[in-house]
Write a new protein. Structure first.
Length: 144
């Protein structure tokens, strides 16, 4: 059994994170403006939250999360690669697992009233496009 190449995993994860950061900005910007909704939605304001209250740490965490997600995505790809083989199919399977988990989170956030159904649906469509693109970019770099 081959060992996971940690250096390539990290490099692929950073590339996937970069794709997530850029693609989410573009896709969310287009999708949310077309639907006429703000990313925060009205629910956050009703909870007393606002981006004006955010400090430097909040912005740093939001900047780091796509890169951590990218590393997690490529780690999943590396873990399932021996079973499914290297390539596009395996990268899309890894993206599918992450999309499935994110869908459960979206259902929870919508059901809890934190996000409106339109924000949840838009976020799902966004991730349906962005996660496979990030997985393919990270898998392109990862080699054992």
């Amino acid at each position: 059994m081959e060992r996971i190449n940690r250096r390539k995993l990290f490099q692929g994860g950073l590339m996937a994170g970069l794709v997530l950061t850029v693609a989410e900005a573009v896709v969310e910007g287009l999708l949310f403006s077309l639907l006429g909704i703000g990313h925060e939605g009205r629910r956050l304001a009703s909870l007393g939250w606002s981006r004006a209250d955010w400090g430097v740490w909040n912005h740093l965490i939001n900047l780091a999360l796509p890169f951590l997600t990218g590393i997690l995505l490529v780690a999943l790809y590396a873990a399932i690669r021996p079973r499914f083989g290297p390539g596009v199919k395996t990268a899309l399977i890894a993206a599918g697992f992450l999309l499935g988990y994110w869908t459960l989170v979206l259902i929870y956030l919508t059901n809890a009233g934190i996000w409106s159904p339109s924000v949840g649906a838009a976020s799902f469509v966004d991730n349906l496009v962005v996660l496979p693109a990030a997985a393919l970019a990270g898998a392109k770099i990862y080699r054992e």
